[in-house]
Ligand binder design. Sequence first.
Ligand code: ARG
Length: 458
Amino acid sequence: TRQKLWGGRFTGNTDPLMHEFNQSLSYDRRMYDADIRGSKAYAKALTRVGILTHQEESSIIEGLEKVRKEWASEEGFKIQPDDEDIHTANERRLSELIGPTGGKLHTGRSRNDQVATDMRLWLLDEVSAIEDSLRGLIRVMVERADKEKNFLLPGYTHLQRGQPIRWAHLLLSHAFSFRYDLERLQQLIPRISVLPLGSGALAGNPFVVDREFLAKELGFLSVAENSMWGVGDRDFVVEFMMWASLTMTHMSRLSEDLIIYSTAEFGFVTLSDAYSTGSSIMPQKKNPDSLELLRGKSGRIFGNMAGFVMTLKGLPSTYNKDLQEDKEPLFDTVDNISKSLQIAEGVIATMKVHSDKMRQALTMDVLATDLAEYLVRKGVPFRETHHISGRAVALAESQKCQLNELTAEDFKKLHDRFSEDVVQVFDFERSVERRSAIGGPSMKTVERQIAVLREIVQ
Ligand code: ARG
């Protein structure tokens, strides 16, 4: 059999199941480009300290470029049975292509600083793509809110009708959660962008490669100041997955609103066919599977995070093979949140919104707060007006009529400050427009929200 990269001290072979158990190539191959980039930069750094000649450097860099092209090509990179991970596979292939010079690349480097570097490089690219998708989602929500800012519906607390609001106000409430998710994602970048390369296995680099040069070559913002931390830290993986868990929690709450609103009982929204599926038995069904999956994925993504934190706790310093368990949850999280953001954007861009149904759900009782506020404006203390309005609600209920169908006489019996102008209370539009303090659902303050968010996702 072929020699393992680390096979020098071994005489026995690896148990086949152990090889399968130990290998990470089946999933870390997706970091091939980051691995090659890291190696090219490292070859340059070795040349600068005289470990490689310029000729050897060129040969290594050209060889690495060939390896990269193999991964990217149709036929693909030919994986050998003994390839263990992306690092050993790339190095094995490099040496096949350029000969023994390939064996100089790993001088002073360990897979420990290499893998930590690859992961960070890979994640930085993904974060920037995710950032774009998140902006795209917010943009669609903002544009939809702008177009539909005339639509009124009840706002709910405890899923009970509360007060009238604009549909745009509700949509934007979710957009603001995503706006802060965007900010939090951007704040992760300086902590992901710390260079481990040059930390060696744990005790640093004896050939004194210029790590600031490496950072610049690879686009890192800073350099790991402690080699043991550099190889052992996976907080950037945890933090990203925590970020994803919180973002998906927001996604789940948005989905839950829309799932409820898409029931026949509410009928406020209809999902487009593109994001719904049917039932294999009930022909009439059109189910909001997209939204249910978004809600479901949030549990899975939280689980990825919680599982890996559990792996980390109790590990001794520096590198332990347990750390290889960072990849599958991270990759799964990246894949699923990326898709989730795009699906959510599609759902929101294409759903139908039924303003008539929203209007119908506006019953007069959601103006009970406004009725109390009417008396406040006439000088009655709020605590009293709340009570009086409550009695008006009870009266209407006992007369089986709407609040606005009570007579002027009825109102006057409840309090002498009521007069004919009480009819003005029973106007949903007016109620919403009165709530014009910053943050409220009035037209002016909804437009302000739209402007604030547009500024951010421009
Ligand atoms: N495949 C390994 C990982 O993903 C690379 C690092 C291996 N290092 C080691 N000392 N065995 O973590």
